[in-house]
Design a binder for this molecule. Structure first.
Ligand code: ATR
Length: 272
């Protein structure tokens, strides 16, 4: 669709941009026949960028690292779930009112639901940042029994208390007896260019479980590589990316997002 004075402007704000978000969003708009464009914008000034969204009447923006918390104070309203998680990854401009949402928790839950039923599952969750909080919220809501671990154990302890989870301690405390069904790396460890790192020891990964990583680049992290070698079913961070983007497209366009089209766009962009 040609860009004109009616084009709905949507962007992504981050300190560093990848190409996956734009690939999925633009493929969706094109498939839906919506006159919209998604532009990945690199910024070191989140306040100025949000002012720009208002001034230029963008329909919305997605928010990536490291602004998911900082952006909250710049918005007019925060959805109650995003408030509870304490992070916003999606901003909708509803007639000049900027509303913050969180779809990361949906991403975690839906990505796991592709491979298992969540209710009653025992989950080892590692991390205490925004991604871990989103996972904690979502998994708890879906009836999982979550035990949380983090390098700075005190942070995991306070999240455990806040969300009603079990507190495990540092990741080195994960028992190699494997008394869990799902193990999740929700830290940023393993992200490019430190792709040889893992916050979870090889020995903590028990064979035949489900292992998920929230790290997106590389797709196959060291943690997932280890899990795969132990016969675990692995869930890529990119499945989470896809599912959180489906929510965003629906929010921005009020249309049902084209799952297959977005999935394909993600896979094609991943190969580049
Ligand atoms: P996000 O909001 O993207 O989840 P964050 O708030 O920066 O990111 O949190 C990063 C997470 O990765 C934290 O759980 C952090 O552990 P600490 O709370 O101890 O800082 C974890 N993390 C970062 N570097 C780590 C490392 N080298 N080893 C273990 N955990 C690490």
């Amino acid at each position: 669709m040609a860009i004109d004075n009616q084009t709905m402007l949507i962007c992504s704000l981050a300190i560093k941009q990848g190409r996956l978000g734009a690939a999925m969003h633009n493929a969706a708009y094109s498939n839906l026949g919506v006159n919209a464009i998604y532009i990945p914008l690199t910024t070191s000034d989140i306040q100025g960028s949000i002012n720009g969204i208002r001034a230029m009447n963008f329909r919305g923006t997605t928010i990536s690292m490291p602004y998911k918390q900082e952006v909250m104070k710049l918005l007019d309203k925060i959805d109650p779930i995003a408030k509870r998680i304490g992070a916003v990854n999606t901003v909708l401009n509803r007639d000049g009112v900027l509303i913050g949402y969180n779809s990361d928790w949906i991403g975690v839950v839906e990505a796991l639901k592709e491979v298992t039923i969540l209710k009653g599952k025992r989950v080892v969750l590692v991390g205490a940042g925004g991604a871990a909080r989103a996972a904690a919220y979502g998994l708890n809501k879906r009836g999982c029994k979550v035990t949380i671990f983090n390098r700075t154990a005190a942070k995991a302890k306070s999240i455990a208390k806040e969300f009603g989870l079990k507190f495990g301690g540092k990741p080195s405390k994960i028992k190699d007896s494997g008394d869990y069904d799902i193990i999740i790396n929700a830290t940023s460890v393993g992200f490019y260019p430190n792709e040889n790192a893992s916050a979870i020891n090889y020995s903590a990964i028990s064979s035949g479980k489900i292992a998920m990583d929230v790290v997106i680049t590389p797709a196959l992290t060291q943690f997932l590589k280890h899990a795969k070698s132990k016969g675990c079913k692995i869930v890529f961070g990119r499945r989470m990316l896809l599912h959180q983007a489906l929510f965003q497209v629906k929010l921005f366009t009020k249309r049902n997002p084209p799952f297959k089209i977005m999935e394909k766009a993600l896979l094609v962009a991943s190969r580049k």
